[in-house]
Each structure stands twice: as structure tokens, then as C-alpha cells.
Design a protein around this ligand. Structure first.
Ligand code: ASP
Ligand code: MG
Length: 406
């Protein structure tokens, strides 16, 4: 059986007209003799609306009940797609996560899929049916409905491709593929033909919103090739694949950025062992993710300054935790909300000397100050003033010749 998984995102099924378009796309694969498995997200905005209801009725709405509500978004879109396909003369039906079942483990609202029971879907495919499976949801060992992290229908699709041994997984979305940087920020952004899992994982973790990072991690582990393309255009999209298949000579493939970081600096912290741990332990215990960290070496080895970044949404909580932390003393806390993190990404960086220097030189030429730096094997991130974001991305795009990045 030549199986293909097609996943449609919220904007692709955002209106009835768009769902009609989606149904037509599905039929083109049936005509090409594929056995098609469809995974759909909820109509755009629906999950957020449902979430806001839970927040309005209770300040601490329980996660297990939240999952029951949030999972209904996908129920609607899937039934609509199936209904349209039937009208077009095809055999189709919707399948909710628990009906297969899609088995999950872990906490409510951030569960992981551990198994997808295949038999019902395989039988249905053999009879010529087109199953429309709800993304983002499953059922746990207590027979309760669970959801994955937000944006999790990407992961549902990739794991369907894994369990059903699909030849291909195509992610249909509202953009034409993965771009060298966000086309909404700069016109110089170019569509990338092929990108490695590793690069895509960094890009999506660092701010590119095309796909959810966990889904890329699953695709990488299971070696599932993904095509990302637009529901609204015939143009070829981007293939996410193994490093080996990438022929690009560019060592930098993309630039990501975030706009929702905050930088905190603790001035005059005692410079002795255990202090950094005392600062970060309560943050960790409160699930606050610390991103970039720098500690200046103190001239007199008595006091030092410590700078780190967090998500803006965690700022209030972090501030309270720092100010109420009896284990640490500092002279002053400085907070800066006008920061952006810009990252250059590319697997080629590992073997190419001078990339860091070129990045810093390009920014310096435009008199852009770098506030914090962090690096990994395949990315370099700098924190800059938000007002320089567009300029920085454009200058780096030019410096690393991303216009030719295919
Ligand atoms: N509907 C879910 C959400 O909005 C899942 C998804 O879109 O992938 O997060
Ligand atoms: Mg999505």
C-alpha cells in the first residue's frame, strides 16, 4: 500500500470555503493512487476561543478538563472535511483520537503519543476509505482524553507517518514553505528548497513558526521526510530531510528571531560557589525557562554581575522569585524588555571557521550593539535592542548570502 499522510493546519481549514479547497487537494492524491490518511488541526482561532472559555470560568481550570474541551476543535474540522469528501463522491469518515486509539503518556495538555493502533485505519484504507484523523489529541491509560502541546497536530501527523509507514508526510499550511527568515519582517527572505532536521529544529525552536519543534524532533528520530507547502499555491514547498541530502554550499541556512524576551541583570551578586545555583533553582522549580546567561568575571573576585534572559510572559513571576529569594543578595535588578534575540543557523557552521567573527563584524559595521551571546554547534544567537531587529536580520541575510540559499 502506498500510504501518504496529509496534514492541514488551522488556517488551511479556517473557513468552509477553505475546507472545500482542502477536500479537493485530498482527492488529487487519491487520483494518484495513494492511500491517503488526513490529519487535521482545528479551524484557526477555535482552540484559542475554547481556551479563553476555560480561563473565564475558572482561574485554575484543571488540565484534564481543559483537554476535553480543547480537543473538540479538531472534531469539528475533521467531520467537515469528511462530509465534503463524501459530497464529492468519496468514501470518508472522521476518527477521533480515542477511536483508533492514539495512546498517549504524560501530563494533560502536554502528553506524548506512544502508540497508534493501526488495524481500524488499515482496514478502512483497504476498503478505499479516506480517514480524517484529529490531530493534537489522544487517550491515556485512564481512558481520558489528552492533548499534546499547542501546535501538536504536526506531531500527530508525523507519528501517523511513522506508525502507518507512510511514504511521505506533507504539511499543508498558509505559507509556501520554510524561509531563510520571516518574510513578514523582510522582503529579502527566500524560500529554502531543502533543509536538514537539525537546522529546522533550531529554526522552529528559535522563533520560526512554521512547525512545532517537537514534531521535527520526532521526524528526525524516525527519519520521516516532510514536505511543507501551501494549501493556497501550487508552488513546490520545502523538504525537511537528512543532512546527507542537502547539497547547499552555504554554511548558514537561516536566521530566526524572537521578540518576546526580557533581559534581567543582577548587579553586585556575591561571587562565590553556589550563588548561580541559588538564583536559578527557584526559577527551574517554577518552570521558568532561562535562555541566555552571562556572568561577568569580577575584578576583585568579591562581587559580580549576572545577566540572563527569559520569556517576557515569565517576567513578573521571575521578578518576585528573585526579590523574595533569601539565599541571594544583590545591589540592583535591571530589567530590559526591549530586546530581541537574533540567531544564525546552519550545520555547515561546524566545519567553517570565522562565522562568529563575520556575524559580529557585520553587526558592528551597522553600529548594532550585542548585549548577550550564546552558541551551540549549529547556531549563534545574539541579543540586541529590539529597534535594530529588522536592520540586523537584513544585514546578516546579506552577509551570509542567504539570497542564494536553496
Ligand atoms: N489546534 C491545536 C492548537 O491550536 C493544535 C494545532 O493547531 O496543531 O494548538
Ligand atoms: Mg501549527
Amino acid at each position: 500500500m502506498k500510504i501518504i499522510v496529509l496534514k492541514f493546519g488551522g488556517t488551511s481549514v479556517g473557513t468552509l470555503k477553505k475546507i472545500t479547497k482542502v477536500a479537493k487537494i485530498i482527492t488529487t492524491y487519491v487520483k494518484k493512487k495513494y492511500r491517503v490518511i488526513v490529519v487535521s488541526s482545528a479551524m484557526s482561532g477555535v482552540t484559542n476561543e475554547l481556551l479563553s472559555k476555560t480561563k473565564k470560568i475558572s482561574q485554575n481550570f484543571p488540565n484534564d478538563e481543559k483537554d476535553v474541551i480543547l480537543s473538540t476543535g479538531e472534531q469539528i474540522s475533521c467531520a467537515l472535511i469528511a462530509g465534503k469528501l463524501i459530497e464529492l463522491g468519496f468514501k470518508s469518515r472522521s476518527w477521533l483520537g480515542w477511536q483508533l486509539p492514539i495512546v498517549t503518556k504524560g501530563n494533560y495538555s502536554s502528553s506524548r503519543i506512544v502508540k497508534i493502533q493501526k488495524s481500524k485505519i488499515i482496514n478502512y484504507l483497504k476498503k478505499g476509505g479516506i480517514p480524517i484523523i484529529t490531530g493534537f489529541q489522544g487517550i491515556n491509560s485512564d481512558y481520558r482524553i489528552t492533548t499534546l502541546e499547542r501546535g501538536g497536530s504536526d506531531t500527530s501527523a508525523i507519528l501517523c507517518a511513522k506508525f502507518f509507514k507512510a511514504e511521505k508526510c506533507i504539511i499543508y499550511t498558509d505559507v509556501e514553505g520554510v524561509y531563510t527568515t520571516d518574510p513578514n519582517l523582510t522582503k529579502s527572505a527566500k524560500k529554502i528548497n531543502k533543509i536538514s532536521y537539525e537546522e529546522m529544529l533550531e529554526m522552529s525552536s528559535l522563533g520560526a513558526k512554521v512547525m512545532q519543534p517537537t514534531s521535527i524532533q520526532e521526524a528526525r528520530l524516525n527519519r520521516i521526510e516532510i514536505d511543507v507547502r501551501s494549501t493556497f499555491s501550487k508552488k513546490p514547498g520545502t523538504t525537511i530531510t537528512k543532512k546527507k541530502n542537502i547539497l547547499s554550499k552555504n554554511n548558514i541556512r537561516g536566521i530566526s528571531f524572537t521578540k518576546n524576551d526580557a533581559k534581567l541583570t543582577l548587579i553586585g551578586v556575591k561571587d562565590r560557589p553556589g550563588v548561580a545555583a541559588s538564583i536559578f533553582k527557584p526559577l527551574y522549580e517554577n518552570s521558568i525557562n532561562v535562555d541566555m546567561v552571562v556572568q561577568n568575571i569580577s575584578a576583585d573576585s568579591r562581587e559580580t554581575d549576572l545577566t540572563f534572559t527569559i520569556k517576557l510572559e515569565d517576567l513578573l513571576k521571575t521578578r518576585k522569585l528573585l526579590e523574595n529569594n533569601k539565599l541571594i543578595k544583590f545591589k540592583k535588578l535591571i530589567i530590559n524588555k526591549d530586546v530581541s534575540k537574533v540567531s544564525i543557523i546552519g550545520v555547515g557552521m561546524v566545519t567553517t571557521p570565522g562565522v562568529t567573527y563575520r556575524m559580529f563584524r557585520a553587526l558592528a559595521k551597522k553600529r548594532i550593539n550585542i548585549e548577550v551571546i550564546s552558541t551551540s554547534e549549529i547556531k549563534i544567537s545574539v541579543l540586541i535592542n529590539k529597534k535594530n531587529l529588522k536592520k540586523s536580520v537584513e544585514i546578516l541575510h546579506q552577509e551570509f548570502k542567504l539570497n542564494n540559499n536553496l
